[in-house]
Write a protein that binds this ligand. Structure first.
Ligand code: ZN
Length: 478
């Protein structure tokens, strides 16, 4: 019998329930029976056969939820660290993205899915916009089904207009074969709305409506999507409470008002927005408009699938903005408006709400699915003292401190090690993908893609800058 078939009881942890009151229970137990949380409290009685996990000096929290990840790109982890959004678009959309075969999508998805559960991200939306053929789509789902996590497939294809792929018989056939009654946690349609006044995306929205599938869309991306896309969606009645607007960083108040009024949510990818340039991470705007927020990591071609960094960077970016605006008015911020507790909420309940799963995941309360993360690392000097539990999760903890992870009551990570995962096999698949890309592109193009040219540097005019230091006279030469 594997551990996951037994009840599990975590003993003596600091429990962040993330229930509606954000109840924190020090020295508490969490009992899991089957796929659900049975009880949370002090000194619980557990069944005799329960697997007991000591959570002393650790934090128990709900599994984290990432609402926007291009998992297929995990095969190229870190390659685009110095990219801008333009370089990303050229690489994936226009040039080399087409080289991905179904097995390459499988390799990226497999590694990304494993990475997610390792980091305590128990639910991930795979924003899968590399599905050039039904074989690519099958490969994406095969990989997600091979990993014991909760995955939502957001189907997309950047090589065609959404009005083309979403209306094709192949797409319908795929949906019938793999989604209806399949093992995935959910299904979305993933495409962007360009703002073309003819609104060709209408056909894809109609398919989504017919299938009862939410739409997730990169909105408010500087230079790519803007207020026109939001207006067209709104005027045509396609903005719904289940719509997820990714980034929503470069938009006017009018667009935020339309999102707020129709009940949709925004998936904020702070590290992405800061580095790629979609716009300033928008939580300061979203808070103002009372728009629900979830968090996401976007892609491992730049960043990692690690919601600790999403929480940390989001809190920092929001505060940074607030200070900057105050300083511009010669004022100072004496109290931070955004609190650590709020970003933990966004990483858990926020994601659950965005996915319409708020009654099943996102909190440690009896009856919900047992997606549980134990953050504990007795060897780490950063894991004590734990005084401010939400703040500790956001600013102190990191993925290496993820000790144990349960998904639907199954132990998928224990004592810091993944359970039942063949990492060597995943690594071999990714290596084969990299070989394929390198060989097909040629070494020069591969290197050039990773190391974009830096334009000629302009010398900053600085009145305090001297021309040359003369070591002999120990003086500046003028
Ligand atoms: Zn994205």
């Amino acid at each position: 019998m594997s551990a996951s078939d037994r009840p599990v009881v975590f003993r003596n942890g600091l429990v962040l329930t993330m229930d509606d009151a954000h109840t924190v229970l020090p020295g508490a137990d969490v009992l899991v029976v089957g796929d659900r949380i049975a009880e949370v409290g002090i000194g619980l009685t557990a069944p005799d056969d329960a697997l007991e996990i000591d959570a002393t000096d650790g934090i128990l929290m709900p599994g984290m939820i990432d609402t926007h990840r291009h998992l297929w790109q995990t095969a190229m982890r870190g390659y685009g660290a110095d990219w801008t959004l333009t370089q990303y678009f050229v690489w994936y959309y226009l040039e080399s993205g087409k080289l991905f075969r179904p097995e390459d999508v499988y390799a990226g998805n497999l590694l990304g899915a494993i990475e997610a559960i390792d980091a305590g991200v128990t639910t991930t939306v795979d924003w899968s916009h590399g599905l050039q053929t039904p074989e690519h789509a099958d490969a994406a789902v095969d990989a997600l089904e091979a990993v014991d996590g909760r995955f939502v497939l957001a189907y997309g294809n950047i090589q065609q207009g959404p009005w083309e792929w979403a209306t094709s018989p192949e797409f319908r056939d795929f949906h019938r074969r793999r989604i209806d009654g399949g093992k995935l946690a959910g299904f979305q349609l993933a495409f962007d709305v360009t703002g073309d006044p003819a609104f060709p995306e209408r056909a894809a929205f109609e398919v989504a409506r017919e299938l009862g599938a939410p739409v997730t869309t990169h909105a408010g991306v500087w230079g790519a999507t803007n207020d026109d896309g939001i207006r067209l969606m709104h005027e045509n009645g396609f903005m719904t409470p289940s719509t997820v607007y990714v980034h929503a960083a470069t938009l006017t108040h009018d667009s935020y008002n339309r999102i707020a009024a129709t009940g949709g949510s925004v998936s904020v990818s702070t590290e992405s927005e800061q580095s790629a340039g979609q716009g300033y991470p928008p939580t300061w705007q979203l808070r103002h408009h009372d728009i629900p927020v979830s968090l996401s990591m976007d892609t491992s071609v730049w960043w990692s699938g690690d919601l600790f960094s999403a929480m940390r960077s989001t809190l920092g970016a929001d505060r940074s903005r607030e200070h900057l605006e105050a300083h511009a008015k010669q004022e100072t911020i004496t109290h931070c408006h955004l609190r650590a507790e709020q970003v933990v909420e966004w990483a858990t309940r926020g994601g659950a709400r965005a996915l319409g799963m708020d009654t099943t995941i996102g909190a440690l309360t009896p009856g919900r699915q047992a997606d549980v993360v134990l953050i504990k690392n007795d060897a780490s000097p950063a894991m004590f003292p734990i005084l401010n539990p939400h703040g500790h999760v956001v600013f102190q903890a990191q993925r290496a401190d993820v000790h144990t992870v349960l998904v639907a009551g199954r132990v998928v990570k224990r004592d810091g090690r993944l359970v039942g995962v063949d990492l060597a096999a995943a690594r071999a698949r990714v290596a084969a993908t990299i070989d394929h890309l390198r060989e097909t592109m040629g070494e020069q193009a591969w290197q050039r893609g990773m190391n974009p040219d830096i334009p000629e540097t302009a010398i900053l005019e600085n009145p305090y800058q001297y021309t040359e230091w003369d070591a002999g006279s120990a003086q500046w030469k003028h």
